[in-house]
Design a protein around this ligand. Structure first.
Ligand code: F3S
Length: 412
């Protein structure tokens, strides 16, 4: 790879051990993927934050980077941690885990990484613009950044994202290059996305993400797709869709006619996959394998909730009491807005709990519950894969009704 003068100095150790190590990581990655040079990034999002995933080996790596003088050179935020940093006790997290998780957060803080732990950094102050080169790690956020924002990122691992933050660079390959952003297959959505007035058909967009993702996965490769037939989509529906298509199809970039910013640059490819109403129904059914009676855990916020979604939950919970454990997962800056707007008071008075900085997948809750109700197709996947929870996928409002023990209309 061709390095400029400063990059060569970093590599030679002239700017400290941590940034030297970071450059070595990026150089190795660039060589593997045939990058010709490094490019500057404006934003970083780092995954591998939960102590449950990192363990002592991961913490040792972070400590070495701290000791080596590592400091973030660009705005960098974190993926969800294993617990709410302030409110872990009420979520039933053990003091031992809390201590270890705090060590992880402190290590990042030493490196000037902003310790906002969220998979929706674009809703919490880390919002790149169209065309910006960035280095993000969380699969749903990567898909959202590439597709919906039109920023450019590969799916980084924890170490490569940290390395990008310490150097302010990433190797130029993959989705940073124009030629890899060209759609190779059209997806003709013929299913009806029954959107309500609030544009919170998050469960349907999650099911659509599964239906499309599985068809792409079956191709045995992961082509960039050009999606037709979706008339409109809100931020909340798109974040649900991105999380799902990334989970079930490994998708990091799609274009959606009339909705995503790069779609106009391309014509739909001739090679077309049709998604029928039956495909959508099949995906919905596959995400439901339990009943309301079995559900003992309810969660909204995969990916982390927007302030609009929190406002909706507050309106539905006002003056009522939940009868099931109900986690509301979001980024701390979003929770602060909820505090200011009076939503937190209403939600907490109902007995529902904010699980800020974390989520129902990364928190260490295996064995505590039997069945999860959610509006998120991604949460359904990991609730079973990681924790062996059964799942009930419901429309947003009906998930809240589930927590209240109210009998709602059955989901379609
Ligand atoms: Fe975010 Fe956790 Fe879902 S990281 S996308 S809320 S699994």
């Amino acid at each position: 790879m061709k390095l400029n003068e400063e990059e060569r100095e970093i590599l030679a150790g002239g700017q400290g051990r941590a940034v030297q190590k970071a450059m070595q990581i990026l150089l190795a990655l660039g060589k593997i993927y045939g990058a010709e040079r490094m490019i500057p990034v404006t934003s970083v999002q780092i995954a591998g934050v939960s102590y449950a995933n990192l363990g002592e080996a991961g913490l040792k790596f972070l400590s070495e980077m701290v000791d080596g003088g590592g400091k973030a050179r660009v705005l960098a935020t974190l993926n969800p941690a294993g617990m709410d940093i302030e409110n872990w006790e009420s979520l039933g997290i053990s003091p031992e885990f809390a201590r270890d998780q705090e060590r992880v957060i402190e290590a990042f803080a030493h490196m000037n990484v902003v310790t906002t732990c969220s998979c929706t950094p674009y809703l919490a102050g880390n919002t790149p613009h169209y065309g910006e080169h960035i280095a993000w790690a969380e699969s749903s956020a990567v898909c959202y950044a590439n597709s919906v924002l039109g920023a450019r990122t590969n799916r980084e691992g924890g170490p490569s994202a940290l390395a990008a933050s310490l150097t302010g660079r990433t190797p130029e390959y993959g989705f940073h290059l124009d030629e890899n952003r060209v759609p190779r297959v059209s997806i003709d959505v013929q299913a009806h996305l029954d959107q309500d007035v609030d544009n919170l058909a998050t469960h349907l967009f999650g099911a659509l993400g599964r239906a499309i993702g599985e068809k792409l996965e079956a191709l045995g490769k992961k082509p960039v797709s050009y999606i037709l037939g979706v008339e409109r989509a809100s931020v909340e529906e798109l974040k649900s869709f991105c999380a799902s298509i990334a989970t079930y199809g490994g998708t990091a970039l799609f274009h959606m006619e009339g909705i995503t910013p790069e779609a106009d640059h391309f014509s739909p490819p001739e090679d077309t996959i049709i998604v029928t109403q039956d495909d959508l129904e099949t995906a919905l059914q596959a995400l439901n394998d339990t009943t309301s009676e079995q559900v003992d855990f309810v969660s909204l916020g995969c990916p982390h909730l927007s302030i609009r979604e929190i406002g909706r939950i507050a309106a539905l919970l006002e003056g009522k009491k939940v009868v099931k454990e109900f986690w509301i997962t979001t980024a701390r800056p979003t929770k602060k807005i909820a505090d200011t707007m009076g939503y937190t008071r209403v939600i907490e008075a109902s007995g529902a709990k904010f699980a800020t900085d974390t989520c129902c997948v990364v928190a260490p809750i295996k064995g505590r519950f039997k069945a999860l109700a959610t509006d998120s197709a991604k949460a359904c996947y990991y609730a079973y894969a990681k924790n062996k929870f059964h799942t009930l996928l419901k429309p947003f409002d009906q998930v809240v009704a589930e927590a209240l023990g109210e009998k709602g209309v059955e989901p379609r």
